[in-house]
Design a protein around this ligand. Structure first.
Ligand code: BEZ
Ligand code: FE
Length: 300
């Protein structure tokens, strides 16, 4: 970017001219028949103009911003979504999650969805292994799903997905095989358990314009280690969240602002000679974590 010093605020006549334009553009939506669309568009115009005026945006900077968005568009297709990455690194995804998942009692907090969810994941039995050959240290995950009164929720659909220890999701593999994802259902007492791999840190895709932006501002593309969950049960608000690894040094600098203290869990490392909960032989160290999930009602 240019290295211009901040530009001074303009005099009163110029400010009036600028404010008049804001009002005129916002008013152009007055006859929009859909009140929500009217609100969205006039609010967007007011905030966008306020930004342009506050930073005294130059024409060269505006053209560079349009060029940046154009490059995001050219890179985006069915497998790569540069606009979601942009929204994520600007904290817009996390703010939208925050606005739409108000705290409810002790309900488990939500966090960003990310671009790597796949709807048709394999069904895994309770106690099964979602890794399906993905490289990584085995991790035993167990917990319960309840409502906020503590009532166990049987049959909750639990989707889980994660990167392998090389930092890749299966959708990034060249051979398109499915690994490190799956879905299972809580049992009659709301319990679930499965094998996964111990989460490790990985960078968000950073070989495009969003990666360049992070580099220009001196920010890292690394995400704190995490395991994704999407949990659904009738009558409850669907929860999209992750659990993070206590002690991970990236917890305070997650590239997409997804970390919440309540989601940081103890992944207890176990030496190879400690027996696993289901008697499985791991051929090496493994870890275990407990995650008790509380779902808010669909309409509190
Ligand atoms: C993820 O956790 O999978 C993710 C979230 C935001 C951007 C990129 C990846
Ligand atoms: Fe992720």
């Amino acid at each position: 970017m240019t290295t211009q010093p901040p530009r001074p605020a303009p005099g009163p006549e110029q400010q009036e001219r600028e404010a008049e334009l804001v009002d005129r553009v916002a008013a152009s939506f007055d006859s929009c028949p859909d009140p929500r669309l009217r609100q969205l568009m006039s609010g967007l115009v007011r905030h966008l103009h306020a930004y342009i005026r506050e930073v005294r945006l130059t024409e060269e900077e505006w053209n560079r911003a349009i060029d940046f968005l154009t490059r995001c568009g050219h890179l985006t297709d069915d497998r790569r979504q540069e606009f979601i990455l942009l929204s994520d690194v600007l904290g817009a995804s996390m703010q939208t999650v925050t606005v739409n998942n108000e705290a409810y009692d002790d309900a488990t907090e939500a966090t960003v969805f990310g671009p790597f969810f796949v709807a048709d994941s394999p069904a895994v039995p309770l106690g099964g292994d979602i890794a399906a050959g993905a490289p990584g240290e085995p991790c035993w995950v167990e917990g319960t799903v309840t409502d906020s009164a503590g009532t166990p929720l049987a049959g909750a659909r639990i989707e889980v997905w994660e990167a392998d220890e090389t930092g890749h999701y299966d959708v990034q593999y060249d051979d398109h095989r499915t690994a490190a994802r799956g879905h299972l259902f809580s049992d009659s007492q709301g319990r679930f358990r499965f094998w996964a791999v111990t989460p490790t840190p990985y960078p968000i895709p950073h070989d495009g314009p969003v990666g360049k932006l992070l580099e220009s501002v001196g920010r890292s593309p690394m995400r704190a280690s995490h395991l994704h969950f999407k949990v659904a049960h009738e009558g409850c608000r669907t929860l999209v969240t992750h659990i993070f690894v206590r002690g991970d040094e990236l917890l305070d600098s997650d590239a997409v602002f997804g970390v919440k203290e309540s989601l940081v869990k103890d992944f207890e490392r176990q030496p190879a000679d400690v027996p696993t909960p289901d008697g499985r032989s791991t051929q090496g160290p493994w870890s275990r974590v407990r995650f008790d999930i509380v779902l808010a009602p669909a309409q509190p």
